[in-house]
Write a protein that binds this ligand. Structure first.
Ligand code: SF4
Length: 259
């Protein structure tokens, strides 16, 4: 754990619908085999340690407090690069501090995570009174498959419990169904199981496919040795989208591509 200082808390976001991005941590202990976050950063030192090293940005709450006073309100995405509910968050509480400030501000915000630690902050999310939403990544409901590819994240049953609890408390939720990986979670049964979970909690779906940016295929190889880039053909992706589209239509659920 190597604490760092930041000069900016709210950075401009290029992601659809988001005005600002807020990342209390860099590096991620969830260690997903498909993660391409290090390839998006101009921080080569993070690439080799992703999954091992986590860098808490330990002054981010003070910086955010200042920025919330002078920035124009806009949708803030918490955890656009690194999952904001790291195991280290139990100690550092940087995400909780940030959510607390946002809950008392005029800024709408969304939290994206694979950790049931987000439930610790449900009081704040409820207090935000409709300005907060929670997105949970659910790649698969198969516990063994999830453990293989997302060894440090909460198991699928706990993520499903987050969605149910948030929905019961009136906090808006969405499901990030992705990445879809050929041979892992692309079967109609697997995709439909996630859509059914989303439908049962009133969560819309954001769909994403595997992104083979620099280094991802090498990290996936130990857990998916037969995966080939050609497996991600346009025809394959069209089949996935059609399956999700039909399942969502039957469930009366909106969906869209994540990017
Ligand atoms: S939780 Fe997100 S940031 Fe962390 S390793 Fe997995 S994909 Fe990467």
């Amino acid at each position: 754990m190597r604490p760092q200082r930041c000069t900016t808390a709210l950075s401009s976001s290029g992601l659809p619908g988001l005005r600002y991005a807020l990342n209390p941590y860099l590096g991620c202990a969830h260690a997903c085999a498909y993660c391409y976050a290090p390839a998006t950063l101009r921080r080569p030192e993070l690439t080799g340690t992703w999954g091992d090293e986590v860098y808490p940005r330990n002054n981010i709450i003070d910086v955010l407090a200042r920025e919330l006073k002078r920035r124009e309100p806009g949708l803030v995405g918490i955890g656009t690069v690194t999952d904001p509910y790291q195991p280290a968050e139990r100690t550092y509480r940087l995400t909780r501090g940030s959510v607390s400030l946002l809950a008392s501000s005029r800024f709408p915000f969304q939290v994206h995570t694979k950790s049931d630690l987000v439930l610790r902050d449900l009081d704040l999310l409820v207090r935000a009174g409709g300005r907060a939403s929670v997105g949970i990544t659910v790649t698969t409901l198969d516990e063994d498959a999830a453990l293989r590819i997302e060894p440090g994240a909460s198991p699928p049953a706990k993520r499903a419990a987050v969605l149910r609890r948030c929905a019961a408390e009136g906090v808006a939720t969405w499901v990030f169904l992705g990445p879809v990986i050929p041979g892992l979670n692309d079967s109609p049964a697997s995709l439909r199981a996630v859509v059914d979970l989303a439908a049962g909690t009133g969560s819309h779906i954001m769909l994403d496919r595997l992104n083979l940016r620099r280094g991802v295929l090498d990290r996936l190889r130990p857990v998916m040795p037969s995966l080939r880039p050609d497996d991600l053909s346009p025809a394959w992706w069209q089949r996935v989208m059609t399956t999700v589209s039909v399942a969502c239509k039957e469930a009366g659920l909106p969906w869209r591509s994540a990017f």
